[in-house]
Design a protein around this ligand. Structure first.
Ligand code: PMP
Length: 275
């Protein structure tokens, strides 16, 4: 796959990072993951806004404008020859001798582009299984930080239990998935955790809100418990990679009638029209 590192276009397997790079040593950086449909990055401006917000939140100066970044992404996509692909980008506090204090160096910016694989039709038709796990992350989950250890551990534990995603619970309420936002549907109304500091403000979540509004489906940003999830009519996940994915089983228990729900399917059909 193709990549980019600090001004150079490379192959993503090239060795380009010095050992003393702060993303590598400290996870001292932020990232974005953007899906490109038919050559066009989906909701790019929203991704850029979040990227710069995350960087500001950790006091990282990216040293480029959103327009600069978009130009690099477009160049990278063109060089890759891909049209349906994912772009991963990260900005870190740069290359400097290891020291917790901020160095006075430029940010490192790296990217990769890879063709995407859609979730299989089988999983989409049956709906995903998720596992509830404690949300052991920090207080700033809205920052798209490189530090993903609690997310990784939760996702792996869910996978080993036969689930596709871990759905996290903090103080008795569902926050989000380990790498996705989470929704339930009850009596025709969609519920999702409010966009506080305890969840990532997903771009696909934003798309779901827009679609619901356009279709006249009520969506409430309101916290809910695992108990409410188990009593819901439908549930679904949203993320750049999963798009909008029905959830039909939680810890071995069926949601609703155990099949993807009408609201979820309708939202997804509308989503596909927009990408
Ligand atoms: N929550 C978390 C913790 C995530 O890692 C992601 C995926 N980046 C999401 C939600 C979904 O965000 P988006 O729709 O922007 O991909």
């Amino acid at each position: 796959a193709m990549g980019y590192f600090n001004g150079k276009f490379i192959h993503s397997s090239d060795l380009v990072l010095p050992i003393e790079e702060r993303g590598h040593q400290f996870g001292d950086g932020v990232y974005e993951f953007i899906r490109v449909y038919k050559g066009r990055p989906f909701m790019m401006n929203q991704h850029m806004e979040r990227f710069f917000k995350s960087a500001d939140a950790i006091r990282l100066n990216i040293g480029k404008t959103a327009e600069d970044i978009i130009a690099i992404v477009e160049d990278l996509i063109e060089r890759s020859g891909e049209t349906n692909c994912d772009v991963y980008m990260q900005a870190t506090r740069g290359i400097a001798p290891r020291n917790h204090l901020f160095p006075n160096v430029e940010a490192s910016i790296s990217m990769t582009v890879k063709p995407f694989k859609l979730i299989s039709d089988d999983i989409r038709a049956v709906g995903a299984t998720v596992k509830l796990l404690p949300d052991e992350r920090w207080q700033h989950c809205w920052i798209k930080s490189l530090n993903l250890l609690p997310n990784i551990l939760a996702k792996q534990e869910a996978f080993e239990a036969g689930a596709l995603e871990a759905v996290l619970v903090r103080d008795g309420f569902i926050t989000e998935g380990s790498s996705s936002n989470f929704f339930i549907v009850k009596n025709g109304e969609i519920l999702t955790a409010p966009a506080t500091t305890h969840i990532l403000h997903g771009i696909t979540r934003m798309a779901v809100k827009e679609i619901a509004l356009d279709l006249g489906i009520n969506l409430k940003e309101q916290k809910f418990t695992p108990h409410e999830l188990l009593a819901a009519d439908e549930a679904f996940l949203s993320s750049t990679g999963l798009e909008i994915l029905p959830v039909t089983k939680v810890d071995g228990q069926k949601i609703g009638n155990g099949r993807p729900g009408m609201v979820t399917v309708t939202l997804y059909e509308e989503f596909l029209k927009r990408v």
